[in-house]
Design a protein around this ligand. Sequence first.
Ligand SMILES: [Fe+2]
Length: 188
Amino acid sequence: MSELTEWAYPLAESLLAEPLPRRWQHSLGVAERARTIALVLGEDAELLEAAAVLHDIGYSPDLAKTGFHPLDGARYLRDVAQADERVVNLVAHHSCAWMEAEARGLREELEGEFPRENAHLNDALCYCDMNTTPDGTPTNPVDRVNEIAGRYGPDSLIGKFIRRAEPEILACTSRVLERVAGAKRQPM
Ligand SMILES: [Fe+2]
C-alpha cells in the first residue's frame, strides 16, 4: 500500500462502516475494481484506488450537508481532511456527477469549486463504480443502471439522472475495457 491508500481506507471506513455498512462494502468493492485495472493507470493506480474507496463518503451522516454526495464528499476532503487535490477532484466529479448536479441546480457550484481530473482517470472511476453492486460484488453497467433506477424509482431525480447518464456510463466502460485489452496485448 502507498501512503495515499494507507490514508484513504481508514478515513473512508471511519465515515461509512458504522452508519452505512452496505455503502462501505460497495466502496471496498469499487476499490477492488480499481486494483484490477491498475495496469492501465501506471503511477496513478494508487490515486484511483484512494478515490475509489472514498468516492461515496458524501453519504456519511457526519458530513452530508447539501444532500448531493459528490459535492459534500469533495468539500469534506478538501476542507476537513486536507486531501490531495486530485483525490478531491475525482470524488467531486465521480460517475457523471455533473449531470446530477445540473438536475439539482448545483452544476455551477460543483464545476466552479472543483476542476476535472484527466478524462482517463474519470473514466476509470466511473468504470469501477458502475461495475460494482451496492454490496460490493462485480456487476456490469447495464444491470447497475437498472438497479439504481429501480431502487430510486424511474421518475425520481436520481432515476432520471441515471438514465440520462447511461450512454456516457456505457461509453466510459468501453473506453476503459479497450485500454485494458490494449495493455494486455503489449508484450511484457
Ligand atoms: Fe457515488
